[in-house]
Ligand binder design. Sequence first.
Ligand code: AMP
Ligand code: MG
Length: 345
Amino acid sequence: MRTRVLPISEASIDEACKVLLAGDLVAFPTETVYGLGGLGLNPDSVSKIFATKDRPTTDPLILHVSSDDLAALADDEIIAKPIPALAVALVSQFWPGPLTLTLPKGPRVPFGVTAGLPTVAIRYPAHPAAQLLLQKVGQPIAAPSANRFGRISPTDASAVLQELEGKIPLILDGGSCTQGIESTVLSLSGSNPTILRSGAITAEMISSITERQTLRDARNLQQSVPSPSPGMLQSHYAPQTPLYLAPTAIEHFDPPYQYILYEIRNSKLPPGAYLLAPDQNPSTAAQNLYRLLRQADSIGSPAILIDPIPDSNWAPAIRDRLQRASSGTALWQNGGWKLLPRAGA
Ligand code: AMP
Ligand code: MG
């Protein structure tokens, strides 16, 4: 199959709409990462998504919707009634945007999308092209990140091409994603709202809405079996080159390793080094993270070492991704790098 890459325009969005309605898949930009979209209520399109990504069918997909009208989604049997008041408050604050909610599913959502779970994950993305596509398609689009399973999420069209060339007919090219990290996933189906995956919408931001209901973070709960959210796999989002986390700022740049620095410390960037946040802005670090991991991964170096991530709103989400992507810790000892494997990596 030939994979076409088309810049965003009215015509390319119409084309994407046609491909989707014919049951095929389209990769498209969102503000978080590029999504691999298929008709979310069509079990055949949903199966294609899993097959194309090589994603285990136990890992549920997010349904992308085109408005924050939860009552309309319930009438459409996408989510179940009654709608929690907290869900309404959260979407009025954070949608469109990088917050995914899991709620009891409505009868029209195939179990293929939810990996058999009685809940469905939904999100109204903020990217204008994604919104236009959703509006034109007129039904929810299931869209996991447009990478092969376990690999780094793509944040531009060239990364999607690298992952899925020949496997999908169309990529809509909307440039680089502004956020660069997957959405926050918040479960509203249990007794307390629970963060299943961290992202740009932080625990603090969510707590300002949840008020009296205690917000939980699934990573602090005992690992239950089965896991409440399959995306919580301990090893995930990984480059092929082993990644090691440095507990203190990297100051030695021995070849042949690649080095991802948070910010510049001397005036010159050493060879084999990359800068995550040249402007020292944490949101720039999030935006650059996957692109730089991909770039460092393409060199064929035996390892990538990365600086610690300083505290900020973005730190929990970035550290979470790095933890899952990492093979261990890098320590400078006796004039050389010591790479210590992580338990379970
Ligand atoms: P991706 O689309 O690759 O960003 O991954 C979507 C992630 O959303 C999954 O791996 C899960 O972590 C989460 N998710 C989707 N649906 C559900 C659900 N019904 N319950 C819990 N988590 C979900
Ligand atoms: Mg993914």
